[in-house]
Design a protein around this ligand. Structure first.
Ligand code: EPZ
Length: 422
């Protein structure tokens, strides 16, 4: 198991290229099930979650490989085992997004129910409801979702809003089932996240007929079959936002390339409000801070609101603000594993239900801390860059799920992060 030793404080200055999006890649890899040939995906990052997804597709019967130029190839000519086993699903919840495409392609799918995780309960009832609306017969047995549609699926008008708004992977699942259904499907209250739009664009390239992409109403005219294609995934807006926060927390100046600032307006707006400069530049932007961090308030929301996947990183940043800030979590009300760890580094945080009140401190102080979920861990890396002394982060595998060799990307611009195997 690896740990990180991070020396701080440092100032990050230089250029960092943002990788392709993990959360776009995972459902698009699942969409390759529908292609029935070799799908070639460009820009898919080298992450442990991507490897797990490759293993999952391999168990279904697909051949998954990386070509020498880094492209990820998924050959789904043969699918002979439409089963998502617990052993894999428990390692990565996003495995659930094979349910829709398997059902659509094979008329049957068995996928383990994902359990809760470090960020909360994470039910999948909306996925199941949406697929049932399309005519799937679904039962839950021995911890598995067993879905059947022996005579195919039928298009329908479906409302997919839930208690916390839309669902990203639920929308992806129903969308991937609807593309081959008979007739027209309308998904109302569809998730508008850029990753869902990227999936829809990929499906259209494969021959699907989806309109309303990027809006809360997706209309899908079912087609008879899809073909395998070559497709490049969008840049990772959460990785980009994490690097923006890294520039801000270290009072540095980072030029981010391969970064779609237009997908990140809520984040950019928040940064500007708290005294961080963000200037669009070529295919990315320059992020810098000269003065103090000003206090701010953040409420996480579905896209285009502020993303829950950047809540922890921005809490680390606001912990150094000149005054009091508040962070309200409206997507995953229990996503606060980082609060206790940041407090160990001298942040002054008080949790009140699904909110955290942050009294800004002058400095953070290094401490041994524990990575929990992926984004909470990223927040600890940011805090470690700014804190005085050597921060030791245990359970670094959480970070490796979503950030490709983060130390090799940040050290050239001034970070002092050492990966040590223990
Ligand atoms: C996706 O998870 C992302 N994962 C998450 O990123 C991200 O935090 C989340 O969307 C929200 O943006 C991937 O894309 C692989 P949801 P997902 O269904 O789709 C409730 C990361 O750090 N809900 O949009 O599973 C749910 O509990 C990860 O990269 C139901 O009630 O999230 C939550 O409150 C973590 N019933 C809200 O909806 C359901 O059936 C939104 O969750 C489904 C969801």
């Amino acid at each position: 198991m690896d740990i990180f030793k991070i020396e701080g404080p440092v100032r990050l200055v230089g250029e960092v290229a943002v990788n392709g999006s993990k959360n776009a890649s995972l459902p698009i890899m699942a969409a390759a099930i529908l292609g029935g040939g070799e799908t070639v995906l460009k820009g898919v990052p080298h992450l442990s979650d991507i490897s797990v997804c490759g293993e999952l597709l391999g168990r279904l019967g697909c051949k998954v490989s990386r070509s020498s130029n880094g492209d990820l190839c998924v050959d789904s000519t043969t699918i002979d085992n439409p089963v998502g086993e617990y052993e894999i699903v428990r390692r990565m919840r996003a495995s659930i997004c094979i349910l829709g495409p398997l059902l659509s392609r094979c008329g049957r799918a068995e996928v383990s129910m994902p359990g809760g995780c470090a960020i909360g309960d994470r039910p999948v009832d909306m996925h199941i409801r949406g697929l049932r609306e399309l005519g799937a017969q679904i039962e839950l047995k021995n911890g598995y979702i067993i879905a059947e549609a022996p005579n195919g699926l039928r298009g329908k008008d479906i409302f997919m809003g839930g208690p916390f708004g839309s669902t990203v992977l639920g929308t992806a699942n129903v969308l991937m089932a609807a593309v081959l259904a008979k007739g027209r499907t309308v998904i109302e209250s569809a998730a508008c996240e850029p990753e869902v739009a990227d999936l829809a664009n990929c499906l259209n390239k494969m021959g699907a007929k989806i309109t309303g992409i990027g809006s809360p109403r997706l209309t899908i005219e079912g087609v008879k079959e899809l073909r395998a294609v070559e497709y490049e995934v969008i840049p990772d807006r959460i990785e980009a936002g994490t690097f923006m926060a890294a520039a801000a927390i270290t009072a540095g100046e980072l030029k981010l390339t391969n970064c779609r600032v237009g997908d990140m307006m809520a984040v950019v707006d928040k940064l500007r409000n708290i005294g961080v400069e963000v200037e669009a530049d070529g295919d990315g932007c320059v992020v810098s801070r000269n003065g103090q961090v000003k206090p701010g308030d953040i409420t996480t929301q579905p896209y285009p609101g502020f993303p829950t996947d950047l809540q922890a990183q921005f809490m680390a940043l606001l912990s150094l603000a000149e005054g009091n800030s508040i962070v309200i979590e409206k997507i995953f009300p229990d996503r606060f594993m980082h609060v206790a760890e940041l407090s160990r580094m001298a942040a002054n945080l008080r949790k009140e239900g699904a909110a955290v009140i942050i009294a800004g401190v002058k400095r953070l102080i290094a401490a041994p801390v524990m990575a929990s979920d992926l984004r909470a861990s990223a927040a600890l890396v940011l805090a470690g860059l700014a804190a005085e002394g050597t921060t030791v982060i245990n359970r670094v595998y959480h970070i490796d799920r979503g950030y490709e060799r983060i130390e090799e990307r940040l050290n050239p611009v001034g970070a002092k992060i050492e990966r040590v195997s223990v």
